[in-house]
Design a binder for this molecule. Structure first.
Ligand SMILES: *[C@@H]1O[C@H](CO)[C@@H](O)[C@H](O)[C@H]1NC(C)=O
Ligand SMILES: *[C@@H]1O[C@H](CO)[C@@H](O)[C@H](O)[C@H]1NC(C)=O
Length: 414
């Protein structure tokens, strides 16, 4: 009896194995199904990004922008140069009232759309739809970014790759690509609510007045930069820092638009590389050393390369050229109007951050408002969950304390 019992087990095991192999051999081919679903649901993304075989990313240049004598670009950098040349040849290839070329830049790790999260497929498909036939489009992957840096900023390559994370490199790349080619930069998780070709209306560039000083800002030159408010809070209250902003009037850098070579962009770069120099000087000039890296990792990316660093460059350049009182940009008192300062158009919070909830609304109107240009989806989702950082957030929001609690994780969880 015992021996029969012991025999049964290997037999059952063998049967299970046969069943498993049969299933593996004859199961439906899900990947083929998935790909055809992808093609059906995201036709432009499939055609322009997924099936692309070039290196460095994917791109689209409207047929009317090139002619037979133009060589077919071999890399994304060649393509961007070609589009930039084509755009500069005629005013129709610029955002109206501006010198900003109708070229959209985005970045993502790769062009394998089947590996992308659903939300990003959808938002990129929307971008490709507004771009279609009207604008050039560039999706830069890591290799494309590396090639761009080698070709255009070889002197900054070491510093660029010494930045402690992908997030910071991406922050800097958007500034560099704007400096060299100009155009519209938008994070991959943003969705256009209108075409960038409609981003500037006559009303946006009308004269406006600083209510506190009475100074009238009246510029008639073409716009060379578009930025949007991310935070708009009364400067003398604690609201902004309780919500996690470092400045009461803070700009976003998930979207902006520039004419190539705008001095604000160089201001950002000079400031950042000055900071990196200071840090490396603490460690015998060794950027790559472990101790330099540790110091850099301890710095808040928001201030080093993110929205705060970006806000400071715009603020210092506009302050120096026009004497702008920074908080005059607030839209809280005037129903959220756009403000042209020198050649930079500052959009109210609804411009790039519409549809905010009741809590922390800051004057943000619904996404259907005519002043809403684009929607930002997964805010801050790139941050890994970290107990210490979360505690600080909770303490600021609920108790109004912990203002200077670190926003940077020190370890994996704490
Ligand atoms: C084709 O493009 C090149 C440069 O992009 C330009 O010099 C040339 O005149 C164009 N030819 C035609 C026929 O438009
Ligand atoms: C703005 O400047 C233009 C031209 O320089 C002038 O015609 C206009 O009256 C000015 N508007 C205001 C409100 O100062």
């Amino acid at each position: 009896m015992i021996s029969r019992c012991m025999l049964r087990r290997p037999v059952l095991g063998a049967i299970a194995l046969v069943v498993l192999f049969t299933w593996l051999l004859y199961r439906p081919d899900t990947s083929v199904q998935e790909i055809s679903l992808l093609e059906h649901r995201y036709p432009l993304l499939f055609q322009r990004v997924h099936t692309n075989s070039a290196t460095g990313g994917a791109w689209y240049i409207p047929p009317g922008w090139t002619n037979e004598t133009d060589p077919i670009p071999e890399s994304i950098v060649d393509a961007a140069e070609q589009a930039s040349r084509a755009a500069s040849s005629t005013a129709e290839r610029h955002i109206p009232y501006s010198a900003i070329p109708l070229i959209v830049h985005q970045t993502w790790k790769n062009t394998r759309v089947d590996t992308w999260p659903h939300e990003i497929r959808q938002s990129t498909e929307r971008w490709l739809r507004v771009v279609d036939g009207q604008m050039a489009y560039f999706l830069w992957d890591d290799e494309g970014i590396a090639e761009f840096i080698r070709r255009f900023e070889p002197g900054l390559e070491e510093q660029f790759y010494a930045l402690p994370s992908h997030v910071e490199q991406s922050d800097v790349f958007r500034v560099l690509v704007s400096k060299w080619f100009g155009g519209i930069y938008a994070d991959i998780d943003t969705e256009p609510l209108q075409s960038p070709a409609a981003w500037i209306t006559r009303a946006d560039i009308a004269p406006w007045q600083d209510r506190e000083t009475g100074h009238v800002y009246n510029f008639t030159n073409p716009v060379q930069g578009i930025v949007g408010l991310e935070a708009d809070c009364p400067p003398d209250s604690d609201i902004y820092w309780r919500m996690g902003y470092l400045l009461p009037t803070q700009l976003t850098q998930w979207a902006f638009a520039w004419a190539p070579g705008h001095p604000v962009l160089q201001t950002f770069i000079d400031h950042l590389f000055g900071e990196l120099q200071t840090v490396s000087d603490h460690h015998a000039g060794e950027l790559q050393s472990k101790t330099t890296q540790m110091e850099l990792q301890g710095m808040d990316p928001i201030s080093l390369t993110g929205p705060v660093a970006f806000t400071y460059s715009v603020q210092s350049w506009l302050g120096a050229t026009t004497g702008l009182r920074w908080n005059a940009l607030s839209g809280l008192q005037d129903g959220g109007r756009s403000k042209l300062v020198a050649d930079v158009l500052v959009l109210p919070i609804t411009g790039f951050s519409p549809g905010r909830g009741k809590y922390g609304n800051m004057g943000s109107k619904p996404i259907t408002d005519p002043s809403a240009r684009l929607l930002h989806r997964a805010q801050g989702s790139w941050r890994a969950f970290n107990l210490r950082v979360e505690y600080g957030k909770f303490c600021r929001t609920v108790f109004g304390r912990c203002r200077y609690w670190s926003k940077v994780p020190k370890g994996l969880l704490l």
